[in-house]
Design a protein around this ligand. Structure first.
Ligand SMILES: Cc1cc2nc3c(=O)[nH]c(=O)nc-3n(C[C@H](O)[C@H](O)[C@H](O)COP(=O)(O)O)c2cc1C
Length: 367
């Protein structure tokens, strides 16, 4: 029996049950081409792209690899509907999305056979995600990078597995074959990794920024709400320390100014920008000031992730960065994860281990 031929790998059409997640300004065609050649399933980070840029990136992947791949988008980003049409036209296999998906867009995607792979950060969202159309669920525990919840990966995975019957992918804190073997033994259909794929030779993240991540310690990658009003895990640096000290009014003023500049960068018109901020506020459960802060965040993230100034921007990261000390190619990384996972699974005793659903009592808390 091939333990790695999971239902998730079969549905997605990838060689291994390993997902390279979407990370703004990191999960570009360059990273995706490398991770999918290595046998993982990659998601392009289109939530921070204009429709034109998204199309260029989708075409770049299609020109380079035959393997299926996915696109990450946000229902309230400017041009979301165009991005959905684009990915349908180009035969993209799957979409990933987080907070506040649009039922209308999901219905359209499902109608065209695109797999829906939402990420959830709390057990209570698992059933709702399936009701809205999830074919697979990625559950990201609190130790994961970027926007994140409070439930640790192991507990969230148990809650999610108890709550749904679609394949569940574990995320948050994974970096090696031990993690993959453990997740599969736990009942997951695979793992999804962000930080580990960012810290490869193939990611477009500038070298100075990667070095700052490699030097990070597990205990110094806290969660802060000061970037965009939502809990987000980032490496503690000069910029995050400053944000933590900034008052609400100053943050709003900066939100307005940078939101305006981001509007120019995405090519959205002023009414489109205002519409998207309002939609984000309403649909995303954010206040309008929070939505403005969210519009501000990209400018600060780009300083580190694109301009290569890790001191001047923020560094979204999983705590796992504190356990990562090298920058392998995706090929090398995936090969060693797979070899180690197979060796560990092969070394387990094979008899007398009937799966049980112990812990069912806890599952009631997931609702
Ligand atoms: C630098 C960075 C940027 C991210 N950007 C996004 C994003 O644009 N959209 C998204 O859905 N998740 C984003 N995430 C979350 C990841 O897709 C993924 O769920 C998370 O990194 C998993 O945890 P891990 O880092 O411990 O592997 C980001 C994470 C990081 C580290």
């Amino acid at each position: 029996m091939d333990a790695l031929a999971t239902p998730a790998a079969q549905l997605l059409g990838s060689r291994y049950p390993i997902i390279q997640t979407a990370m703004g300004w990191v999960s570009t065609s360059r990273l995706l081409i490398a991770s999918s050649r290595a046998g993982a399933f990659g998601f392009l980070a289109c939530a921070v792209m204009s429709p034109e840029e998204a199309e260029r990136e989708i075409r770049a992947v299609l020109d380079a690899v035959d393997a299926p791949f996915g696109v990450n988008f946000h229902a309230f980003q400017p041009g979301a509907e165009r991005i959905v049409d684009l990915l349908i036209d180009h035969g993209v296999r799957a979409v990933s999305y987080g907070r506040a998906p649009s039922p209308k867009l999901i219905e359209k995607l499902k109608g065209r056979g695109v797999l829906c792979v939402p990420t959830i950060g709390a057990g209570k969202h698992a059933r709702k995600a399936v009701d809205l159309g999830a074919d697979l669920i990625v559950c990201q525990g609190g130790e994961g990078g970027g926007h994140t919840g409070v439930t640790p990966t192991l507990l969230l995975l148990a809650q999610t597995l108890d709550a749904v019957s679609v394949p569940v992918i574990a995320a948050g804190g994974f970096r090696d074959g031990r993690g993959l073997a453990a997740a599969l033994a736990f009942g997951a259909a695979g793992i999804a990794m962000g930080t580990r794929f960012m810290l490869t030779a193939d990611s477009p993240t500038p070298t100075a920024t990667k070095e700052r991540y490699l030097a990070a310690e597990v205990s110094k990658i806290p969660v802060s709400t000061k970037l965009d009003g939502l809990p987000q895990r980032m490496v503690m640096n000069e910029t995050l320390a400053k944000l933590e000290r900034t008052g609400r009014l100053a943050m709003l003023a900066r939100g307005l100014w940078n939101g305006w500049r981001f509007r120019a960068a995405t090519g959205a018109s002023l009414p489109a920008f205002a519409k998207s901020a309002w939609a984000m506020a309403k649909g995303g459960g954010l206040s309008f000031p929070q939505a403005l802060m969210a519009a501000n965040a990209p400018m600060i993230i780009k300083r580190s992730m694109v301009d290569g100034r890790p001191d001047q921007g923020v560094l979204p990261s999983g705590q796992v960065a504190g356990l990562i000390g090298d920058l392998p190619s995706c090929e090398e990384l995936v090969a060693r994860i797979v070899a180690d996972a197979e060796a560990r699974i092969g070394a387990l005793p094979t008899r007398g281990a009937e799966p049980t659903r112990l812990g069912h009592k806890e599952s009631s808390h997931a609702h």
